[in-house]
Design a protein around this ligand. Structure first.
Ligand code: 13P
Length: 251
């Protein structure tokens, strides 16, 4: 098993079903040959349309969140089982916007990661520091701690299959990308933390992505580093040409 290259889009609260279908049709036409895993994490209301449109293409579909329980009185929530039965493959867990606006904690992130594995979903777990934490020199402490807590109680086999996205909060939607060197160093820290807990063999196969203002113009430099295995792309994943060019930068 070697590290997979993954280019994932996070559409956040954007795109109506007709727009999703058109986007996926157009993207599929230019990604037949792509070697990376291509994932689009779409709003719940686009899932069904996106899954149908993405059939027989290279494009995989993910959700942006899930609840950890299977069923129950949790108004407005969607469970891992519900995602799995309609063939969703991936799910973003613990995005900083969910931690910030919807009170997600390291504890709920951990419960969701465990539940994702229970339903055979591939979790894309987000970690990242705030600007304040960065300025206080706490980046490594914050991201290694978030990683440790998110993965707590998982088997080594499960950890091998986790996808981690390092997304410095100050770089999200701001146009400020971490330098490829800084992003790579942070990702090395995360990999090192995984090595300390789960061993080198596991750390060497976990895919760790960078997210935060990734664009076609900076993707190649990020992907050429030693430890960045792909990207989680927000704004630039809403434009077919731009997202296609990011995918091509990883080839
Ligand atoms: P942007 O690419 O828009 O900065 O968003 C990054 C992100 O939050 C992806 O999850």
């Amino acid at each position: 098993m070697s590290r997979r290259k993954i280019i994932a889009g996070n559409w956040k609260m954007n795109m109506l079903p007709n727009e999703a279908m058109e986007f996926i049709t157009r993207l599929s036409e230019c990604t037949y040959e792509a070697k990376s895993e291509i994932v689009l994490c779409v709003p719940y209301t686009d899932l069904f349309y996106s899954l149908l449109t993405a059939q027989n293409t290279k494009i995989k579909i993910g959700a942006q969140n899930m609840h950890w329980e299977e069923t129950g009185a949790y108004t407005g929530e969607v469970s891992g089982k519900m995602l799995k039965v309609i063939n969703v493959e991936y799910v973003i867990i613990g995005h900083s916007e969910r931690r910030q606006y919807f009170a997600e904690t390291d504890e709920t992130v951990n419960k969701k990661v465990k539940s994702a594995f229970k339903y055979n979903l591939k979790p894309i777990v987000c970690v990242g520091e705030t600007l304040e934490q960065k300025e206080e020199g706490k980046t490594n402490e914050v991201i290694t701690n978030q990683t440790k807590l998110a993965l707590e109680g998982l088997s080594t086999e499960q950890v091998k299959n986790v996808i981690i996205a390092y997304e410095p909060i100050w770089a999200i939607g701001t146009g400020k990308t971490a330098t490829s060197e800084d992003a790579n160093n942070s990702i090395k820290e995360i990999r090192n933390e995984i090595k300390n807990i789960y061993g080198e063999e596991v750390a060497n196969v976990v895919s760790i992505l960078y997210g935060g203002s990734v664009k076609a113009s900076n993707a190649k430099e990020l992907f050429e580093t030693s430890d960045i295995d792909g990207a989680l792309v927000g704004g630039a994943s809403l434009k077919v040409e731009e997202f296609k060019n990011i995918i091509m930068s990883a080839e």
